[in-house]
Design a protein around this ligand. Structure first.
Ligand code: SF4
Length: 141
């Protein structure tokens, strides 16, 4: 196996995740936090939460994309090393959800950065979020 193959194997076995709340009601980020507790325990899949985009393989975004955070989302995405994956969690980043008509929210997330997996719901259950992360891991080759 060459070096690139080894890197993919390590990423697949232990992806590092950055969770970002963009601008919703915080309901989804609370469910993401629940995934990290012993009850749902995503670490059993080797998934570790990281505080910086420079160490992250997967970006999990919750909440509506506000005008204020739009450029920051782009910058965070650009700071992640390749290959990188994005998961939109909840109705807000997918289509705006209940905040779609707000004066301060912007386009869906996938019109700002590429999205690899969508987890619908308002908020989605931790099981659905874990399923979305596993789908993103399966995309890592
Ligand atoms: S999708 Fe629903 S629960 Fe999640 S941040 Fe938006 S309004 Fe809140």
């Amino acid at each position: 196996m060459d070096f690139e193959g080894l890197k993919s194997l390590f990423r697949k076995k232990s992806p590092w995740v950055l969770a970002l709340e963009a601008g919703g009601c915080n309901g989804c980020i609370i469910e993401v936090a629940a995934c990290l507790t012993p009850r749902y325990d995503v670490e059993r899949f080797g998934i570790l939460r990281k505080p910086t985009p420079r160490h992250a393989d997967i970006l999990v975004i919750t909440g509506a994309i506000t005008h204020q955070i739009k450029d920051r989302v782009k910058r965070i995405y650009e700071q992640m090393p390749e290959p990188k994956y994005v998961i939109a969690v909840g109705a807000c980043p997918i289509k705006g959800g209940m905040l779609s008509d707000c004066y301060n929210t912007d386009t869906p997330l996938d019109e700002i950065i590429p999205v690899d997996a969508y987890v619908p719901g308002c908020p989605p259950k931790p099981e659905a979020i874990i399923d979305g992360i596993i789908k993103a891991i399966e995309a890592i080759e």
